[in-house]
Design a protein around this ligand. Structure first.
Ligand SMILES: [Zn+2]
Length: 383
């Protein structure tokens, strides 16, 4: 289909202001300079902007209070059904691209295949297959446990074979896994280094879950591209981020939502401890110039797949401010994914991933709570 789209104003994902009375043209799946349209779409009173990119989600987690217990109790079929529903909710909320950083079985890969062939509705999915963790390490209940350099190398190769666009590793303990501490390091530096080597030689990138400073630093020295959470980063870690030009995805909404609910005691204690110091540490990283991505870790307790706007609002309240927070969720996240020439912007030749909202997202990012209209790859999902 060819569309001619008119709106009240437009933010292109990269500029510092809006343009007014914009006209955007879509031909098949791409934005083009001009075309003879089959249909004119009038988005009266709405602001047009690029589809949102959430760089950290888990399709197979369903935001339950006790995520681990539910995942263990559900059959594989039930987990799949929930993942399909989570994919639908994600696209309907205006998120047109996600990076799934850890899935039970091959669910992320399979949901991606069904979205790509248009059997079900969902965002563009880049996934990391199974997260690679040490035996008994964070996320072992849905991860690929690997020990030693050779086994880690094999684990990374298995994910690439599955079609993973990223490799995800677990460098420290985490909040949701019983019996592990977020501050203790887990996979060793040499184990992570071979995972990075395998990913990079296949021209893929590597993400690591890392909360304690020792694990963050091990992962950065091993060559990771993005660090998820980074809750206990210190000055030395910030230096390593800058030296390696690595990204931090602070996933602020994960601990923020977790402490709102009746989660298991061990989860509550770890999440509260994180919130005690993280904002201060994050500010240091932002001010030092560490590159920040927007990822909500949706699927963790009360962290809903259709509420990515909450992560954007939390980021906007740091010294990043509103505009930079919006860029993190669009053009900057596109760069994190290595897709800066395809998504995250409204420009000729880019994917036709567009959303429209009422109001002024630069002045108030919380208007993204109610996305009125959604297009991905030139197909309308919500109007
Ligand atoms: Zn996660």
């Amino acid at each position: 289909m060819k569309y001619h789209i008119k709106a009240n104003k437009l933010w292109d994902g990269i500029s510092d202001t809006y343009s007014t009375n914009p006209e955007v043209f879509v031909e098949d799946s791409k934005l083009v300079e001009k075309t003879q349209p089959d249909e004119v779409i009038e988005l009266d009173g709405l602001t047009l902007m690029p589809g949102l990119i959430n760089s950290h989600i888990h399709l197979c987690l369903h935001a339950d209070l006790d995520v681990v217990a539910v995942l263990n109790a559900d059959s594989e079929a039930i987990t799949v059904i929930k993942a399909v529903e989570n994919a639908r909710k994600t696209i309907m909320s205006g998120v047109t691209t996600v990076r799934d950083l850890g899935s039970h079985f091959t669910i992320a890969a399979d949901v991606k295949a069904m979205v790509d062939s248009k059997v079900i509705a969902g965002p563009r999915i880049i996934h990391s297959g199974f997260p690679i963790c040490m035996t008994g390490g964070h996320g072992w209940f849905f991860g690929r446990e690997a020990d030693g350099v050779d086994d880690c190398r094999k684990a990374a190769r298995e994910q690439l074979k599955l079609g993973a666009g990223w490799i995800k590793m677990m460098a420290t303990g985490g909040i949701l896994t019983p019996g592990v501490s977020p501050e203790c390091y887990q996979l060793n530096e040499d184990e992570m280094r071979v995972c990075c080597e395998e990913a990079h030689k296949a021209e893929k990138r590597v993400s690591t879950h890392a909360q304690g400073a020792s694990g963050v630093k091990n992962a950065l020295r091993a060559g990771v591209d993005t660090v998820e959470h980074g809750f206990y980063i210190d000055d030395e870690a910030i230096e390593l981020f800058l030296e390696n030009d690595a990204w931090l995805v602070p996933t602020l909404n994960a601990p923020t939502q977790t402490v709102q609910g009746d989660v298991p005691d061990y989860v509550m204690k770890k999440a509260q401890a994180v919130l005690d110091t993280f904002y201060e540490r994050l500010e240091k990283a932002i001010k030092a110039g560490v590159k920040i991505g927007a990822g909500s870790d949706s699927g963790t307790p009360l962290n809903m797949h259709d509420e990515f706007y909450k992560e954007i609002v939390l980021l906007s309240k740091t010294s990043l401010g509103n505009l930079k927070a919006l860029k993190c969720a669009t053009s900057i996240n596109a760069e994190l994914l290595g897709m800066e020439n395809q998504i995250g912007r409204i420009a000729d030749g880019y994917c036709a991933d567009l959303i429209a909202v009422k109001g002024d997202p630069i002045k108030d990012p919380s208007v993204l709570k109610d996305v009125a209209w959604v297009m991905k790859d030139g197909l309308i999902y919500k109007d």
